[in-house]
Design a protein around this ligand. Structure first.
Ligand code: NAD
Length: 310
């Protein structure tokens, strides 16, 4: 059984490769493997634990649920977590002050600003307060620039999750044709860049693409990240393609993705389900990024001879 690296942390966590069963790329099981590896490695360390700080503005229940699940995941593996809640009427100054404080706090390895923000807040300016070394969502200009130029960086969690799924299930990327549906700075663009850096031939489709089904049919690897429920059906899928469904939508019938799973499952080579695919892996990637940021910060401190913690 082969071993693969968790995306972005070569050599840190090497996990046994998983087999594809019933054409399902099980993100939930892979995320559990990663959490277990992190837990064991953190339990074996005598250093202070990594810390993740989340910052939420306002009291949106969906944001509260997402953030609570991130704190639970931290607790499970031994990452300290810090929860900053700002009132809905917080000003840009309040928000930036809070982020600057966390950026200066040595207990905090990574900072996650829950997006989207209210219209009157400037998310871009706020993110820059985090700084690239604690940018576990990979959203600052520096992180995005490093990723785009193929330099080591903290990679946004969902793109990192997608690459880790492909690698751990042994899906060949080099030389294959990948189609990414969606070009957001959070998912579509960075994953297209990562696939291209791994020598896939990449096409990016978006809301103005004229022949979506035709373009998608060329894909050996199809990444559906349009944020449109059940947009992708059998007419978009080449037989045997690997399909990664990033979308997640709450409907009257429960959760669904951007792909009509039941209509394509006999046609695909493998597919991530919703729920249980990219979602749990995105949280696992956040934990990995936090630990990676922690290691990088410790290495930087040691390099300037300032590490007095032994
Ligand atoms: P977004 O709205 O920022 O971007 C959507 C992109 O899809 C845009 O670039 C747009 O041009 C393209 N698009 C829209 N309609 C299209 C169409 N009909 N045909 C082709 N392209 C189309 O969304 P996002 O932040 O990139 O997220 C995409 C989806 O992934 C959402 O459903 C989101 O909830 C989900 N998501 C899931 C996770 C997870 O952990 N599972 C994480 C992040 C995002």
């Amino acid at each position: 059984m082969g071993l693969t690296n968790v995306h972005g942390v070569a050599g840190l966590y090497r996990l046994a490769r998983r087999e594809v069963h019933g054409r399902v790329l099980d993100g939930k099981a892979l995320a559990a493997d990663i959490r277990q590896a992190l837990k064991e490695s953190l339990a074996a360390s005598s250093r202070p634990p990594p810390g993740l700080a989340t910052v939420v503005v306002g009291d949106d229940p969906a944001s509260a649920t997402y953030v609570a699940s991130k704190h639970r995941a931290c607790q499970e593996v031994g990452i300290a977590s810090f929860d900053r809640q700002l009132p809905a009427n917080a000003t840009q100054e309040d928000l930036e002050e809070c982020l600057a404080e966390l950026a200066a706090d040595r207990r905090v390895s990574g900072i996650l600003l829950q997006l989207p923000l209210a219209d009157w807040l400037d998310a871009r300016a706020a993110l820059e307060r985090i700084g690239p070394d604690k940018d576990v969502d990979g959203l600052t200009w520096r992180s995005a620039g490093r990723l785009a130029t193929g330099s080591p960086a903290l990679v946004p969690c969902t793109p990192a999750a997608i690459m880790t799924i492909l690698d751990h299930y042994g899906i060949e990327i080099e030389g294959r044709r990948a189609v990414v549906v969606g070009r957001s700075s959070l998912v579509g663009r960075p994953v297209a860049s990562l696939l291209e850096q791994r020598n896939a031939t990449v096409t990016v489709c978006h809301s103005r693409t004229r022949a979506l089904a035709h373009d998608c049919q060329q894909a050996d690897i199809l990444i559906a990240a349009a944020g449109k429920p059940r947009l992708i059906g059998p007419e978009h899928v080449k037989p045997g393609a690997v399909v990664i469904d990033v979308g997640i939508h709450r409907t009257e019938d429960g959760l669904c993705g951007d792909v009509v799973l039941e209509a394509v499952q006999d046609k695909v080579g493998a597919i991530t389900p919703v729920p249980g695919g990219v979602g749990p892996m995105t949280i696992a990637s956040l934990l990995v990024n936090t630990v990676q940021a922690h290691h990088q910060q410790a290495a930087a401190v040691a390099e300037v001879g300032g590490d007095r913690r032994g």
